[in-house]
Design a protein around this ligand. Structure first.
Ligand code: HEC
Length: 228
């Protein structure tokens, strides 16, 4: 065999084998997975996992606006079980028990045409953002005037998804509640466009901590035991 042939073949193997192992086989595996049913006795819930999908229309706005540049949507698996630091992550809301947050699994992204895992966390991880807001107007305020909540925020304002219009009779129910320098001129109000509404629906649909059949029940039990 000539050196050139040897060289080309080794080059093909050097790129081909990792490509097969890291891309082709995982993609084939992913395409074959299906939602799995819960076992009420073990998991404490009924139906299928993952239970509901994300808000797709809003995901398109999320993609277009480049939110993924700053936000991830993936809680990494714990290494060496050192996951104490993740306790309660994404659950700083009264309606949620402060149980350990689980890392994400492949199935969490099953109904998403694109999974926006993200590459860096300039802003907080949004995998469970849906739990952190009880009022959708709060999410709108975050998008319209991020610095009205945190003066130091580096999140840009997405003002172009809102319209400022003259008040028409009583204040509209979907008008943003803004104060101080972020409030519109007197007699005006800030109203979300349908795109902003879809984006907020999407953020509110991000709840990737459903119990994993057969797994999270045990994790939750361990959390309970640790508290006692
Ligand atoms: C330049 C980086 C950047 C971009 C782009 C960005 N964000 Fe943020 N985001 C941040 C930072 C930093 C914070 C934390 C500070 C704050 O609350 O404003 C944040 C906070 C948030 C929060 C509140 C999270 C929480 O748990 O309280 C939400 C929701 C959010 N961003 C959604 C979005 C959406 C949706 C987009 C796209 C339309 C977006 N962000 C684009 C940086 C960014």
């Amino acid at each position: 065999m000539s050196d050139f042939r040897k060289f080309t073949l080794s080059l093909m193997a050097a790129f081909g084998v990792p490509w097969l192992l890291l891309i082709i086989i995982p993609v084939m595996k992913y395409q074959r997975i299906q939602p799995i049913p819960y076992n009420k006795e073990v998991d404490g819930v009924e139906g299928y996992y993952p239970p509901t999908g994300i808000h797709r229309q809003g995901q398109l706005v999320y993609a277009r606006e480049g939110c993924v540049q700053c936000h991830s949507q993936m809680i990494r698996p714990a290494q060496l079980a050192l996951d104490g630091w993740r306790k309660g992550w994404g659950q700083d809301q009264e309606s949620r028990p402060a149980a350990p947050v689980r890392s994400n699994t492949m199935r969490d992204y099953l109904q998403e045409p694109y999974a926006f895992l993200g590459a860096q966390r300039i802003g907080p991880d949004l995998a469970n953002a849906g739990w952190r807001f009880t009022d959708r107007l709060d999410v709108h305020t975050q998008l319209y005037a991020p610095r009205s909540k945190d003066e130091w925020s580096v999140m840009p304002s997405f003002k172009h998804l809102y319209i400022v219009r003259k008040q028409q009779g009583p204040v509209a129910s979907n008008a943003l509640k803004l104060t101080g320098k972020y409030a519109p001129k007197k007699g005006y109000e800030v109203i979300p466009t349908p795109e902003a509404e879809a984006l907020v629906d999407y953020v509110l649909s991000l709840k990737k901590d459903y119990p994993v059949p057969g797994v999270t029940a045990a994790l939750a039990a361990a959390g309970e035991a640790a508290k006692k």
